[in-house]
Structure formats: C-alpha cells, structure tokens
Design a protein around this ligand. Structure first.
Ligand SMILES: Cc1cc2nc3c(=O)[nH]c(=O)nc-3n(C[C@H](O)[C@H](O)[C@H](O)COP(=O)(O)OP(=O)(O)OC[C@H]3O[C@@H](n4cnc5c(N)ncnc54)[C@H](O)[C@@H]3O)c2cc1C
Length: 501
C-alpha cells in the first residue's frame, strides 16, 4: 500500500450509469477516487448466465469507462472472485472507503456480500451501500410500502458528477475489455441491442415522446409489444438508467398531457406504464425479504405437486423440458414464442406468462428448471421479478388466482393473422412439425384438481394468510395510484432528452 489519504473505491455492479448514482456522487467529494467492475466467475458459471447478457454488460461497461475517463475517474475491470479482487487491489491502492449500491440478487450474490462485509470489517474499510430502486432493505412490514416507494421515486435525482480526483499514477484511459472468446463464451447468434446510458435515455425518450401511444393495446400481442412496450427492462436490469429517473421523466410527461388540451389518451397509456414501474420493485421486494424463494415454493402446502421440487421423489421429465426449451411441443403459439425468445432475448409479459403456465400445467414441470432456461434467455433477467413471477404463474405462491393460459386462445387473440407463427415457426403445417406432446384437456384437468385440493386445506389457508401478510400487495390490483403523502410537483420539462453527454 502506497498512501493513506482517504480514497474511495466505487464498486459498480448493475448500476452502469453516471446520472442518479449515489456512490459516484459521494466519491466525487473524496480526495482520491477510483472505480471497479468485477466479472465474477460465479456469474459466468451460473446456470442463469447467457453470453448475450455478458456481451451487453461489456458494452455498457465500455461506454461507462469512456464517460468516467472524461471526468478523471479510472474504471478498472477485474475478473475474479470477491473479496479476493478487493484484497489484491488494496495492495496497489490503499482505498479506505468502499461505495456501492444494494443488490437484490441471486443466492451466490448474498453469500458474496457477506464475505465482502467480513473482509471490510477485518481490513478497516468503511463500506457504504445505497438503495437504487424502491426495494426496502430490512423491511419489517409491507404496510405503507407503496408510500415509501413513492417517497423514494419523488426524491430529487442526482446529477452526473462533474469530475473526480484519481490516485496519482493511475491510467485514466479506458483499458481494453476481454472479448467473449477470451472469456471462453460463444458469440450470441443475434447481437444484443445497444447498451449503455445513452441508449437507455434514447429508449425512454422516444417512448414518452410518442411510441408509448397505444401501449395498453400493444402490450399483449407478441406482434405489437416489441415496439409498443417501453423496452426499458434490460436498461433497468443493468442499471444504465435509474428507476427514479424513469419514474420522474414519465410523471413529468404525463402532467401536461393530462389537460383536456393535452393528449389524455397518451397520458392514460403512460399512466399504465408508470404503474408497472412500481410492480418492478414490488416483485423484487419479495426476493429481498425472502431470498430462498429462488429455490423453493413460497407456499409449502403445494410441495410435492410436481416432480423436481426437491420434495417429490420423482425426477423432472427431461424430454418434456427439452421440447419446451427448444420450442417443439407441438403447440404452435408456445413454440413460436419460445423460438422468438431464444433468438432475441425478449418476449412480452403475456407470452412469458403463457410459456410458464404451459410448462407448469400442461407439462406438469416444477418451475425451477424452466425458470433457469428463461433466466438464461432473458436479456433483462432480474432475479426478484423473475422467480416471483415463475412461482406466481405456476400457482405456487398460495396467494394469487390461478391463471392457466390456453395456447390456442392466445393464438386466436394475439396472433389472429398468423404473422407471428409464420415468422418463428416456418415448419408449421409441414410433416417436420411435431404432434402435440400432451393431451391438453387431460393434463390440465388433472393438475388443476390436485392443486385445488392442496390449496383447500386449513393449514394451506393459514399459510396463505401469512404469505399475504408478508408479501402481498396492500392494493389488490397493483397498478399505480400510489402517491406520497405530499406529492412534489414534477418538473415542467421532461428531462428524458436532457443533455448529459
Ligand atoms: C415468468 C416471467 C418472468 C419475468 N422475468 C422478468 C425479468 O427477469 N426481468 C424483468 O424485468 N421482467 C420480467 N418479467 C416481467 C415482464 O414480462 C417484463 O418486465 C417486460 O416484458 C419487459 O418489457 P418492457 O420493459 O418493454 O416492459 P413495459 O411493459 O414497458 O414495462 C416497463 C417496466 O415495468 C416493469 N414491469 C412490467 N411488467 C412487469 C411485471 N409483470 N412484473 C414486474 N415488473 C414489470 C419492468 O421493469 C418493465 O421494464 C417477467 C414476467 C414473467 C411472466
């Protein structure tokens, strides 16, 4: 170690941006600062990781390196496990403070955070974490959650820091990043969309400017959702824009549109979108409060319903799982959607729910293995939303209405012209396309009956009450009417196209 001057190390994770970034803002006040991103072997080796996600992450890191270098902050990339990476770095620079955002991540990230906390204590490094969404750490009760979420979302956002003081002798210029090949990963067949903060603001900007018109109608069909939805999910997942910035820009846009001489229809669409931003944090809060929901049923009363849940003695039906993952179940809407997802990394909400419902009810698969496949495919994989939704769409939360999607009905409603089918399932109608893998009516009736039976018992009902108390929305319909006690007026001009760069 070379010096003991107060030195801040900003550890960037899924917060790859300049604006509204508390750890960077704090570091800018320090005598010396530098920043670190870590490519962790636990992530690369995890069954949820896809090279497409790594490519996207590297793209965002590269852009941030350039933007931080322009402000005098070196952003180092290290490949390795934590806290060893911190230990090694501390031999080169005697950082005294570690700054990062809180993370509601997969199981391995909780273990890693505990190890980092222990290391910081042993080394005398002061670690400060800031929240970056509406998720509340160490939450005691869900009562009042929506107001606390709103208070965070209406709090002033932080501007991008103007400059930093790097420790002497540190190269500020961006260093070459590893390629996928150097990391031993295959190139994705289709390149992911542009990552980074500029792309995030451009995506938000054109959605608010007019692309969001018709959002409510466009949401459900895979044909219209691709452009009709905001497409912000991967930006929120990788933190290239903060939830607060999205929320405030949306509110600022809605405000003038809501006047009779504004554009009330667009305002209604944007309000529906704004409500979903709260869902994001509502679902993440569940994993924050109960990290093991990634692995086991929330409602223990349904344990044993499907093989593969670690309780039932049976094994996951590998043939069914493979047919589902590869889009060859013989149910055309299911297969076309899965092919779209596997090729592009994105699918709209309703079709995600249909895929899971099909796996859970038609194929009788426990949600964990199908969930790993989807997590790998989703560019926006966000553990808190993902695992909560996997459980919900499989009927394992104990508190939600069972929703069983009929693929044929979804095809009629959401792809009436068959355009989606022709695009993603060219072999449909030829001998190459398989027959249905199960008898739909029989399979669904059987599992539905068993599930209803399990949910009817007195202990199951008592469990459901406890789950509702712990995780349930206090507003049954979820979407937004949440307001802080005193709601600050949004700024008159949306800053979605503000000039940061
Ligand atoms: C089984 C399943 C798994 C899912 N896994 C993920 C995931 O890993 N990551 C993820 O971001 N979303 C997930 N979702 C929710 C939803 O499908 C996506 O957020 C949405 O399709 C992303 O596209 P968008 O940004 O254009 O959405 P928009 O419709 O434009 O919504 C804006 C934002 O609101 C939030 N949001 C929208 N719908 C939901 C919802 N139902 N629950 C929670 N938040 C929501 C997201 O942050 C989204 O980016 C999952 C849904 C299901 C059914």
């Amino acid at each position: 170690m070379t010096s003991t001057a107060p030195t801040a190390l900003v550890w960037l994770k899924r917060d790859l941006r300049l604006r509204d970034h508390a750890p960077l803002t704090e570091a800018a006040h320090f005598e010396r600062a530098l920043a670190l991103v870590v490519l962790e072997p636990q992530w690369l080796a995890s069954p949820e990781c896809h090279p497409r996600q790594v490519a996207y992450w590297l793209d965002a890191v590269h852009q941030l390196q350039v933007d931080l270098a322009a402000r005098g902050l070196p952003l180092l990339l290290r490949v390795g496990a934590l806290p060893q990476v911190l230990q090694d770095l501390r031999r080169e620079v005697a950082f005294t403070h570690l700054f990062s955002h809180e993370e509601t991540g997969p199981g391995w990230s909780w273990t890693r955070d505990r190890a980092v906390a222990a290391w910081c204590r042993a080394e005398g490094v002061a670690w400060t974490e800031w929240p970056q969404t509406g998720v509340l750490r160490r939450l005691r009760s869900r009562d009042g959650w929506a107001s606390r979420w709103a208070a965070r979302m209406y709090a002033p956002r932080l501007p991008a820091p103007r400059g930093f003081a790097a420790p002497p002798g540190w190269a500020i210029q961006p260093q070459p990043l590893p390629t996928l090949r150097e990391l031993g990963l295959a190139e994705p067949v289709q390149a992911p969309p542009p990552a980074g903060e500029r792309a995030a603001w451009a995506t938000l900007g054109d959605f608010l400017a007019g692309r969001g018109r018709g959002y409510r109608r466009a949401l459900s069909s895979p044909l219209t959702a691709q452009t009709g939805c905001s497409r912000l999910s991967e930006h929120l997942t990788f933190g290239t824009i903060s939830m607060r910035c999205v929320h405030q820009a949306t509110e600022a846009r809605i405000h003038p549109l809501s006047h009779p001489d504004g554009d009330p229809a667009l305002a209604r669409d944007l309000r529906a979108f704004a409500g979903r931003l709260r869902w994001h944090c509502h679902f993440m809060q569940k994993l924050e409060d109960q990290p093991d929901l990634e692995f086991r049923n929330l409602a223990r009363s349904v344990d044993g319903l499907r093989p593969g849940d670690g309780v039932h003695p049976g094994e996951v039906d590998r043939e069914r799982l493979a047919a589902w993952c590869e889009g060859r179940t013989g149910f055309p809407m299911v297969d076309a959607c899965m092919r779209q997802l596997n090729a592009t990394g994105w699918l709209n909400f309703r079709m995600r729910a249909m895929l899971v419902s099909f796996a859970a009810y038609h194929l009788g698969l426990h949600w964990r293995e199908p969930g790993l496949h989807l997590a790998r495919q989703f560019l926006d994989f966000e553990p808190g939303i993902h695992w909560s939704q996997m459980q919900m769409q499989s009927g394992c939360t104990g508190i939600n209405t069972l929703r069983i999607y009929s693929p044929a009905k979804q095809a009629r409603d959401q792809d009436p012209t068959g355009d989606h089918l022709r695009r993603w399932l060219p072999e449909f109608g030829t001998p190459a396309y398989p027959a249905p893998i199960v008898d739909e009516r029989e399979a669904v009736a059987e599992i539905k009956a068993r599930l209803h039976q399990l949910r009817q018992t007195a202990p199951a009902r008592a469990e459901a009450d406890a789950l509702q108390q712990r995780h349930g929305s206090r507003r049954s319909g979820l979407p937004s009417t949440a307001k802080p006690a005193r709601r600050p007026r949004p700024p008159a001009v949306p800053d979605s196209q503000g000039s940061l760069f």
